[in-house]
Design a protein around this ligand. Structure first.
Ligand SMILES: [Zn+2]
Length: 84
């Protein structure tokens, strides 16, 4: 007979793995982005507008865009591809 506790545990493990899978997928995707694609979205971290590079707190440009911006760009690219 099914044990409700075990069933609940199994469910939470499955949920855990599926959310990790999604995150991993987005991270892999964000590595394939071109700088142009990353600049096509505003940065949620430092507030850089589209077409503008990410900035440090001092106002100097960062060499790398913020991680959240890459994720945001990956999501935007994903949406465009689904639309097409
Ligand atoms: Zn930024």
């Amino acid at each position: 007979m099914p044990d409700p506790l075990v069933a609940g545990l199994k469910m939470s493990i499955i949920e855990h793995f599926s959310s990790c899978g999604t995150l991993h997928y987005v991270v892999v995707k964000s590595k394939e982005l071109t700088p142009k694609q990353i600049l096509s979205v505003p940065c949620p971290t430092c507030g850089a507008a589209t077409e503008e590079a990410c900035e440090l707190h001092t106002g100097a440009p960062r060499t790398e865009p913020h991680r959240d911006r890459k994720l945001s760009a990956a999501g935007a690219v994903e949406r465009n591809q689904t639309k097409a």
